[in-house]
Design a protein around this ligand. Sequence first.
Ligand code: HEM
Length: 184
Amino acid sequence: MIRRYTKTAMALHWLIALLIVVNVGLAWAWPNVADESVRPLIDNHKSIGILVLGLAIMRLLWRLTHRPPALPTGYAKWEVTASHVTHWLLYLIMFAMPLTGWIMDSAWKDAATHPMYWFHLFEWPRIGGFQSLEPATRDYLHDLFGALHGWFAYALYALFALHVGGALKHQFLDREPELQRMLP
Ligand code: HEM
């Protein structure tokens, strides 16, 4: 018998996964784009990132109030532990990426003259306090959180590879209905 996640968990899983892939794609695309076309890509990246933050909050609340379906029996103990560690690190990254991005953007020297609009719908606030800092401190924090944003992105790539690699291993080598757990 296949034990599946709930429809809410599936929807959040695939929506967040898609948005993260698009956001990484945008970040990879903009170094290769003409200067005048970069701004819309970055603006959409910021809006998508904030959307991921909102969905990640809902997802964490779901996770804290639901027990995921039991794993098929027969997985090695180290695999079960590795999957739990990877899942919780992925939750951490779902928050770390948007938050470091938002902090970096809040400390940006041009933030005051470039308000952020969430998908052109309404102005999204910068985190208070950064703009009233000494310019040198503000710039330092901008660069620090920019670097963290980049390092967390590398962690994201590694976790993504482990997560997908583990799922495919169980699906095709162990011949367990693994992907079906997250599919309607
Ligand atoms: C799902 C959430 C997010 C993901 C997966 C993500 C991913 C990335 C990646 C992969 C890069 C390139 C890093 C590098 O190679 O150095 C990047 C850069 C950037 N991100 Fe994000 N990001 C997210 C959310 C955000 C948010 C919420 C903001 C701002 C509100 C933001 C603002 C930026 C900016 C301004 C850069 C360019 C930094 C620079 O090179 O100057 N990101 N992001």
